[in-house]
Design a protein around this ligand. Structure first.
Ligand code: ATP
Ligand code: F6P
Ligand code: MG
Length: 549
């Protein structure tokens, strides 16, 4: 069975158990075949079991139905036929990279089908093997013949440095590595699947787009209509869909994948996570984050200059991060000019003894100036208490936040007015300046590797979100990146480093600390496909850890 692994919510408990049995049977078959000298990579690339010896990696492969031995021809939606062998397995193609002059010198260029990357690298002596992800990279045998690929690329959500680099490298990689010539851009996000013309893309047309910020395809929020999107994919004969976007976009990609699987289409869906906020779960970091931190420092530098040039000057910088304060934390750590960093994960208070206002007053008396960095999602509870709550949302359903920077500015001014103490505050919001720039050198290279990994996985017939886990590129099941969010752990050493570098109070009560520890404990539990029933849940947990020890 091709989908080895994590069942989508609609799968019933019984199915799950049957699938488990099937996998074990197929595992035995597979191992037998290998012992008989069959090509391991070839066997793995035929949509057969994804049981990896003792590790069962969870990732969805294309072929949706269990192969039927008697059936020799499989009809594709557009009438094309895929040949199957007598055991019902799909034929695959040799990877053209083996004849590519640029790659022929690389020793062990192809990734072994059995290679996996552990989610956790620091483990205790007797701990279980834990979750592993399939290692990304070119397979010796691929699922699509280059001339049958019709690929499309879409960008969704907010801007992020590196979008154009990923688009460029997808087009050039598909063309130069796999000789794919049929590549299209979907314009203005998900809704472009059904409301705009598809834009033909060639290596020539994307040649220098990486030097520009934004996305040449356009982007949008909202407009995700799974049925209409998949109808269009089917009608236009698209068989590889590359989806670049943040957490919402990856949820949309998962919906598309599930609909594609329901319809039994031979289409690979590859999600490439983007967000300057670095809030996507599992992966080490998202592309554009490095560039964003670098650019954020320019704003901090300006705030510092302004603060130093005034009597009791305060420079206040608001950085993005609805739920996760990574940019604020890293820009603060990198800068060393910041006296206080406020993030959504760490609650703070204003007025009481030991609160933010008292700390600001103390710092101004000591240093005559001060720099504060605040992430946009910080202190939302405090604003909601003092002004009328707004329940407005953007087109994707994301809550529109109240401006913490502006609110703090007024609060700080009012406080010093009552204290009759002279001060100046300058508030800088560089959000769109940061998002709109092209990616820096390190992000450019990272974007290239992500794009190439995505191509190799799609060519091999997988559907996944691509991402770096513990320094290695991997294919991750969609639901794993969409079911949780990457957040700064205030119980980790990194946040302690920040507190010791700024010398700010933690503002935390014992209750806050206990809650943070409990949140960490829960975050360490493996996530489940959305909607999975409890019984499925526990059997999944068993299968996920069946690779243990
Ligand atoms: N749960 C969901 N199911 C299907 N589609 C979704 C879901 N959430 C969001 N989307 C779609 O994904 C696209 C992008 O979502 P969103 O605006 O939340 O940005 P994002 O991808 O999270 O990026 P960022 O927040 O970093 O800017 C939108 O077109 C939206 O309709
Ligand atoms: O104004 P827009 O495009 O909705 O984007 C704002 C949001 O985009 C993000 O930068 C993520 O892309 C958030 O941090 C921010 O709240
Ligand atoms: Mg988002």
């Amino acid at each position: 069975m091709a989908s080895h692994i994590i069942l989508p919510p609609e799968d019933a408990d019984d199915n799950h158990h049957r699938e488990e049995d099937g996998e074990e049977e197929e595992e035995r078959e597979e191992l037998g075949a290998r012992r008989r000298g069959a090509c391991a990579a070839g066997a793995g690339a035929q949509g057969g079991a994804a049981v990896l010896g003792h590790v069962r990696a969870d990732l969805a492969r294309l072929v949706p139905e269990p192969p039927r031995p008697a059936q020799r021809l499989l009809r594709q939606p557009r009438g094309r036929r895929l040949r199957q062998d007598l055991r019902g397995r799909l034929w695959t193609y040799p990877n053209p990279l083996q004849d590519h002059p640029a790659y022929s010198t690389v020793k062990q260029y192809f990734v072994n089908e059995d290679d996996t990357v552990p989610q956790k690298v620091v483990v205790q002596k007797n701990s279980r093997r834990g979750v592993h992800f399939r290692r990304a990279g070119p397979r010796q045998r691929i699922y699509f013949g280059p001339d049958e690929v019709k690929a499309c690329i879409v960008t969704c959500g907010g801007l992020c440095p590196g979008l154009n680099t990923v688009i460029r490298e997808l087009v050039c990689g598909l063309s130069h590595m796999y000789n794919v010539n049929s590549i299209f851009g979907i314009q203005n996000g998900y809704k472009g699947f059904y409301s705009s013309n598809y834009l033909p893309l060639t290596p020539k047309s994307v040649n220098d787009i990486h030097k520009r910020g934004g996305t040449i395809l356009g982007t949008s929020r909202g407009g995700h209509d799974t049925k209409k999107i998949v109808d269009n994919i089917q009608d236009r004969g698209i068989n590889q869909v590359y989806i670049i976007g943040g957490d919402g976009t990856q949820k949309g990609a998962y919906e598309i994948f599930k609909e594609i699987r329901k319809r039994g289409l031979k289409v690979s869906v590859a999600g490439i996570p983007k967000t300057i906020d670095n809030d996507i779960a599992i992966i080490d970091k998202s592309f554009g984050f490095d560039t964003a931190v670098e650019e954020a420092q320019r704003a901090i530098d300006s705030a510092h200059v302004e603060a130093c040039s005034a009597e009791n000057g305060i420079g206040l910088v608001k950085l993005t991060g609805r739920y996760s304060g990574f940019i604020a934390m890293y820009a603060t750590l990198a800068s060393r000019d910041v006296d206080c960093c406020l993030i959504p994960e760490s609650p703070f208070y204003m007025d009481r003894e030991g609160g933010l206002l008292e700390y600001i007053e103390r710092r101004l008396k000591e240093n005559k100036h001060m720099v504060i960095v605040v992430a946009e999602g910080a202190g939302q509870d405090l604003i909601a208490k003092s002004i009328a709550k707004s329940d407005q949302q953007d087109a994707s359903g994301n809550k529109l936040l109240l401006d913490i920077g502006l609110w703090l500015t007024h609060k700080i001014k009012d406080y010093f007015k009552t204290k009759k103490m002279e001060m100046t505050i300058k508030y800088i919001d560089p959000t769109y300046m940061i998002r709109a720039i092209p990616s820096n050198a390190s992000d450019n290279v990272y974007c290239t590797l992500l794009a190439h990994s995505a191509i190799h996985g799609a060519m091999a017939g997988y559907s996944f979100t691509v991402g770096m886990v513990n320094g290695r590129h991997t294919y991750i099941p969609f639901y794993r990146v969409t079911s949780t969010r990457n957040k700064v752990k205030i119980t980790d050493r990194m946040w302690a480093r920040l507190l010791s570098s700024t010398n700010q109070p933690s503002f935390l009560s014992q209750k806050d600390i206990d809650e943070a520890r409990e949140a960490d404990r829960l975050a360490n539990k493996p996530p489940l496909p959305t909607g999975a029933s409890h019984r499925v849940a526990s059997s999944f947990e068993q299968s996920a850890s069946s690779s243990s020890n």
